[in-house]
Write a protein that binds this ligand. Structure first.
Ligand code: AHQ
Length: 237
């Protein structure tokens, strides 16, 4: 008889969270096709324009978490996520200009100019709904739940490494500078996951709370999966 009431140990709870990697969008057919060189220029451009909306939403999502968070220690760390994407200081270097500038460079490297990308006019309805659902979740749920939802990034370093390893060979028409976002995100993702996991393992302690954490992670995995479903449908070739 499976024990469904005793809380998992910290180690077991983390293992349960990490086991959710099976549903990560790295396994989505569109991502598999993209990283094995099967995408047309049109499909790459479609992915870049739609994923930009996700990147555009991340600072809004993180600001929502900050606005709900009553713990200064957490806020002191979490605010870095907004600066990582919006930039800071003189906004001059690759790091200071932020992730949205790096994504804009990716857009230019695949043939989409800044104005077109930032117009958001190519964002598919289902991509917009999925990303808006993420921002609204962060606005409406306790900040610890929104922190937990960011843990899909436990699996992100691999997907960035896959792109860096495969795109230059499969898509030589994309200038290497365009891949800067993926390169710079890997250490930031590791840092963010270390913090997000600590908050999650500390907060979700009863079995019911731990099961809720798995539900939250599945909700965010579904957001990422749905985005690729919509992109795959909108850009069939
Ligand atoms: O570029 C990504 C990023 O900045 C973030 C922030 C984090 C969050 O707060 O939910 N998740 C995330 C992710 C990024 N890139 C995605 C990709 O496939 O390139 C992966 C995504 C994630 O795994 O949640």
């Amino acid at each position: 008889m499976t024990d469904t009431t005793t809380a998992w140990t910290r180690t077991e709870f983390e293992a349960q969270l990490r086991a959710k990697s099976a549903a990560y969008h790295i396994h989505h057919p569109f991502n598999v096709k993209m990283n094995s060189g099967g995408c047309s220029k049109e499909q790459i451009r479609g992915w870049v324009m739609n994923r930009f909306y996700y990147q555009w939403c991340i600072p809004l999502k993180d600001a929502a978490i900050l606005s709900n968070c009553d713990d200064r220690e957490t806020r002191r760390k979490w605010i870095a996520r907004i600066l990582d994407h919006d930039g800071f200081g003189e906004y001059k270097t690759d790091t200071e200009s932020g992730g949205m500038e790096a994504w804009t460079k990716l857009g230019e490297a695949v043939g989409i100019d800044r104005k077109e990308l930032w117009s958001l006019k190519h964002v598919q309805p289902a991509v917009k709904f999925a990303c808006d659902a993420y921002v609204n979740f962060a606005k409406q749920r306790p900040w610890q739940e929104a922190v937990c939802s960011s843990l899909t990034e436990m699996f992100a370093p691999q997907i960035h490494k896959d792109r860096l390893a495969t795109w230059p060979e499969h898509y030589p028409w994309i200038h290497a500078d365009g891949l800067t976002y993926f390169r710079k995100r890997i250490p930031l993702a590791q840092r963010d996951v270390d913090h997000g996991l600590e908050v999650t393992l500390d907060f979700f302690t009863t079995r019911a709370q731990q099961e809720r954490a798995l539900e939250i992670l599945q909700f965010k995995l579904d957001i990422l999966w749905t985005m690729l479903d919509a992109i795959e449908k909108a850009y069939p070739a």
